[in-house]
Design a protein around this ligand. Structure first.
Ligand SMILES: Nc1ccn([C@@H]2O[C@H](COP(=O)(O)OP(=O)(O)OP(=O)(O)O)[C@@H](O)[C@H]2O)c(=O)n1
Ligand SMILES: O=C(CO)[C@H](O)[C@H](O)COP(=O)(O)O
Length: 429
């Protein structure tokens, strides 16, 4: 690797050999990009025994969400996940269980900088192959990062040698005296919080770490600073969205779970028995769901086309004539066959109209058993099946606003909460 100095870049290393050199991605990224996710900490500030990167949200550890945010991007080549030695087996199991294909697991060090350096070194396959042009470093405990922003970071790193996400400060930073009095305060408007992701030319971050002192390794908190101090590379700073925040305290775990649930319930697909009344009810539900921020796609046929199965996380099956449970079963089987619920639980809500001239209470109860059996088998595949009996009186020819609102709110709550304990239950609206 040639690290000779480039006068135009004030002493910053010039990376000219053993680099990926071109990438045939459709994203417009014409250089190679790999990722290091430091995940070797203990999460002391959460106060929990389990390190926060392994905390489970909807049956999946936090680290898997972060990996997925990168893995889904065609222009990301490799992802190195750095974990503590004692977590290697656990992490390897997570990679297999959630079928992550771009990940390599390596062991970390006693501090974040030591872990990151191990990850950066793992991206160097030796003389026989190329190192990536750009490395993105991202804390494993910042699961919400979007493609647009990662692209900005990667492009800016390629152009400037280093780049990093910043956010406005939420509190003023002050210095204290050793006796605990105010020494001075910083002018808040002039300063920014340094967040992640950060991007670097491979040679910049590699050289920065090679030149690091033991003090830097043990007490440093800022990779951008190392690049400036040891390679003269001045990072381009880009303001990122608020969702880049780092899970640090226990309350952040609750916030992360809530964001995941909100994201999963933005849309649903409704199929019905195709009757006129069912279509009418579908349209009413569509309006009410929109007011709850859920986009409801209403399809006329009992079974939605297969492409829906591969896109949607939530299904509402509406039956005003007959039970429809066999069609619900077909949908569940198709979801299982497509391995749709590998990364997130998929929700299927079976809604069935009950009029007072319809089935008796005992018959309704009898319908519960097949649902429970179907739901418990589906739950093993991470598919959550719920039942709702939509109760209308005999003389209620149309649908009253109140009854449809109750149905919409109950359906929304089941989809939003994804409560595995309620799977197989029939609720009444
Ligand atoms: N020796 C270490 C320490 C931290 N990290 C990782 O660096 C990221 C950001 O660090 P931080 O939020 O401080 O995590 P912890 O060190 O785990 O938390 P705490 O300081 O509360 O113990 C985390 O993904 C963490 O796993 C790491 O890879 N190796
Ligand atoms: O925000 C950052 C910018 O580099 C790092 O994520 C942060 O420094 C991590 O520090 P700590 O481990 O002390 O929370």
């Amino acid at each position: 690797m040639n690290l000779s100095s480039d006068p135009d870049r004030s002493g910053q290393p010039e990376c000219s050999s053993r680099h990926g050199g071109g990438h045939k991605a459709t994203s417009g990224v014409h250089f190679t990009v790999s990722v290091v996710l430091p995940a070797g900490g203990t999460g002391e500030r959460t106060g929990l025994v389990t390190p926060k990167q392994f905390y489970m949200f909807l049956n999946r550890p936090l680290i898997s969400y972060t990996i997925q945010a990168f893995e889904r991007l065609s222009w990301i080549q490799h992802i190195v996940v750095v974990v503590a030695e004692e977590s290697i087996a656990l992490m390897t199991d997570i990679v297999q269980r959630f079928q992550h294909t771009k990940v390599r697991v390596v062991s970390g060090g006693a501090t974040r900088h030591r872990s990151i350096f191990n990850g950066v070194q793992a991206l160097d396959p030796g003389e026989s192959a190329a190192t990536p042009d750009v490395v993105i470093i991202h804390d494993a405990v910042r699961p919400f990062v979007e493609e647009d922003f990662l692209l900005e970071i990667a492009m800016a790193a390629k152009e400037n040698g280093a780049s990093g996400a910043i956010r406005p400060l939420v509190s003023t930073v002050i210095a204290t005296t050793s006796e605990g009095y105010l020494d001075h305060s910083l002018e808040r408007g002039k300063y920014r919080a340094s967040e992640m992701p950060q991007g670097f030319l491979y040679c910049v971050i590699h050289q920065a770490y090679q030149k690091c002192s033991e003090f830097d390794f043990d007490f440093g908190t800022e990779c951008l600073h190392l690049a400036l101090q040891h390679t003269g590379t001045r990072a381009k700073l880009i303001e990122g969205p608020p969702t880049l925040w780092k899970v640090t305290y226990k309350r952040d775990l609750a916030a992360a779970e809530s964001i995941i649930k909100e994201t999963l319930c933005r849309s649903a697909c409704l199929t019905s028995d195709g009757s006129k009344r069912a279509r009418e009810l579908g349209r009413c539900l569509q309006k009410l769901m929109a007011s709850l921020d859920m986009e409801l796609d209403v399809l006329p046929e009992p079974i939605g086309d297969a492409s829906r199965l591969s896109k949607e996380w939530n299904f509402i099956k509406l039956f005003l004539n007959g039970s429809g449970l066999s069609e619900v079963e077909e949908t569940v089987k198709a979801l299982e066959a497509a391995n749709r619920a590998l990364l997130h639980p998929v929700v299927v809500v079976w809604v069935r109209l009950e009029t007072s001239d319809g089935m008796s209470v005992s018959e309704t109860g009898a319908g519960h058993l097949p649902l429970m059996e179907l739901a418990s088998a589906a739950k093993l595949q991470n598919i959550l099946l719920y039942g709702i009996h939509f109760l209308l009186s005999e003389e209620d020819a149309g649908f009253s606003e109140g009854s449809v609102k109750r149905l919409a709110e109950l359906t929304y709550t089941l989809i939003h909460d994804r409560n595995a304990l309620l799977a197989g239950q029939i609720l009444c609206a």
